[in-house]
Design a protein around this ligand. Structure first.
Ligand SMILES: Cc1cc2nc3c(=O)[nH]c(=O)nc-3n(C[C@H](O)[C@H](O)[C@H](O)COP(=O)(O)OP(=O)(O)OC[C@H]3O[C@@H](n4cnc5c(N)ncnc54)[C@H](O)[C@@H]3O)c2cc1C
Length: 491
């Protein structure tokens, strides 16, 4: 009898999606046990879930808030603590105000009469959607009718420009759903009318938010714990190992080329879960994809995020946990997250983005942000600054330019032809949070487990419905089934 050799699974990227996928495959206790390797380009795990550490201080680079029910919070409860108050404010018109599109704000500032144009907007954009009139941009966001009037009144146009590098007229309506869905649900005309007539305030309790404890070195520690858990289960994690090329191979299905310093090494894999950026995956797998596919991938891009980090000699900035969004067009930054630390200081993370191919010297940027926060917002004084740093977070935001949905959809179809799953925030080109990233990891792992147990089966990829965009019919099922035994026989 031929001895079955272990199936090799290559996971590209050691962010949460990749690590959860690795853990989930291990937890399935397959026999023979698959060999799982994670290839991560950075020297630490976590991807977008990382911390910057300097002089015993740590700042969460991007992700920072979770809910009690979050998978990661349940997995490592000892690493988290509650946020007592989490205030969201907006800087515009020279002052701090409540976040627009929150019900309380709307009820305070809107008269019943102003609902009429809102309802007309809503009707108009829904008609556009029903009639399938052209591609829906952010102004024609039909589901929650966040139209031009609403966007500009709230000052959100400027915020969207900072986030994506394009004005809302060139951005897909999908951004509205992914980015603003939770904000705008409160401003649906039906709900507003009901509440205005009832003169009720919104008393619904928000779920309790939690953050990573600073003494455990922030969210980076959570990624570290997850990586340790995977290693303990037998997963090999290669750090400082960017994937440079993926190709088909004779012995196994794939060969993954990794750069270690100056050296290129090839590793075999039967299945791949990729969490690296979708466009970079296609670039790395050039030999497996058509020219058309490569050209489409070039249309996709991400915004990098830069951070200005401060430790301030003040116990708090008006609230123990404060988030300020800047809708001001003179500010380069778009969001600030401040958090009181146990030693009586406050850590501040200020995010800024620049359209691709713009270079702004870091020192100059740091100076201008410090000026905004000290002179204009008056959050602290120059001599309160104990420490400052800058950091870069590459590929933080997928850019939702008009037409991107079709490009992503076509690429996913190409990828679907392969024994390869592209998952996670960068892999799916979607604005997802950590609960979704965890979910992507679990779903990708389950697919691989299914392939290993029952043989590789191509099935029609479910299409997501994108509001305002006419979707082509799902392809009919392709049921080319390749038996697991056959794969082994061919080895
Ligand atoms: C600013 C910001 C704030 C956020 N805040 C929150 C929040 O408060 N709460 C929340 O739940 N979510 C938040 N999110 C979302 C959350 O961070 C992501 O959903 C999650 O981290 C995505 O994980 P991932 O593994 O899919 O992707 P990533 O973390 O991006 O992982 C991809 C990995 O692939 C690696 N990689 C890339 N290219 C290569 C290559 N060529 N070879 C090898 N490896 C490669 C990268 O280094 C990275 O480690 C935030 C995101 C951002 C950008």
């Amino acid at each position: 009898m031929v001895k079955q050799s272990a199936i090799k699974i290559g996971i590209l990227g050691g962010g949460i999606t990749g690590l959860i996928a690795a853990k989930s495959v291990c937890d399935a206790k397959l026999s023979p046990t698959p060999e799982i390797s994670v290839y991560e380009k950075n020297s630490v795990p976590g991807g977008l879930m990382r911390s910057t550490i300097a002089n015993n201080c740590c700042w969460d680079n991007g992700m920072f808030k979770f809910t009690r029910s979050d998978y990661l919070v349940r997995l490592f409860p000892e690493l988290f603590e509650d946020i007592e108050d989490c205030r969201q404010k907006v800087w515009r018109g020279g002052k701090l105000s409540d976040f627009p599109f929150r019900l309380n704000y709307y009820l305070k500032t809107e008269s019943k009469i102003s609902l009429i144009p809102t309802i007309l907007d809503y009707g108009y954009s829904n008609c556009c959607r029903l009639m399938g009139l052209g591609e829906a941009n952010l102004y024609k966001w039909p589901r929650y009718r966040l139209t031009k009037r609403m966007l500009s009144r709230a000052g959100l146009e400027q915020y969207m420009f900072k986030l994506q590098g394009y004005p809302p007229s060139l951005l897909s309506a999908r951004l509205g759903e992914d980015r603003l869905g939770h904000i705008s649900i409160n401003t649906k005309p039906g709900r507003l009318i009901k509440l205005l007539l009832a003169k009720k305030q919104n008393n619904t309790k928000k779920p309790k938010l939690v953050v990573a404890k600073p003494e455990f070195l922030g969210i980076g520690a959570i990624a570290g714990k997850l990586a340790d858990l995977c290693s303990a289960k037998g997963v090999k994690i290669f750090y400082d190992s960017p994937v440079t090329k993926i190709s088909h191979s004779r012995g196994s299905n794939y060969e993954i080329q990794i750069r270690h310093g100056d050296k290129l090494t090839n590793y075999p894999a039967d299945y791949i879960i990729s969490t690296m950026p979708l466009n970079k995956l296609i670039e790395a797998g050039q030999s497996m994809f058509s020219d058309e596919c490569i050209a489409i991938a070039k249309e996709l891009s991400f915004m990098d995020m830069y951070l200005a980090l401060f430790i301030i000699n003040k116990p708090k900035l008006s609230h123990r946990h404060l988030i300020i969004y800047s809708f001001d067009k003179n500010h380069k930054w778009k969001r600030l997250v401040a958090r009181s630390l146990p030693d009586g200081t406050t850590s501040i993370v200020v995010e800024y983005t620049f359209p691709k191919n713009t270079t702004v010297p870091r020192g100059e940027y740091m100076k201008s942000v410090t000026f905004d926060l000290v002179e204009e917002l008056k959050l602290f004084n120059y001599n309160d600054i104990i420490l400052n740093r800058t950091a870069t977070v590459p590929n933080a935001y997928p850019i939702y330019k008009l037409g991107f949905e079709n490009n992503v959809s076509q690429l996913q179809d190409y990828i679907h032809e392969q024994r390869l799953i592209s998952a996670g925030r960068q892999g799916q080109f979607r604005y997802i949070g950590s609960p979704d990233a965890v979910n992507h990891g679990i779903v990708a792992a389950n697919k691989i487990i299914h392939f290993i147990k029952h043989g590789y089966l191509k099935y029609p990829r479910p299409r997501q419905s994108l509001s305002g965009i006419k979707q082509p019919h799902p392809k009919t099922a392709i049921t080319a089934r390749v038996q697991y035994d056959k794969i082994l026989e061919n080895k």
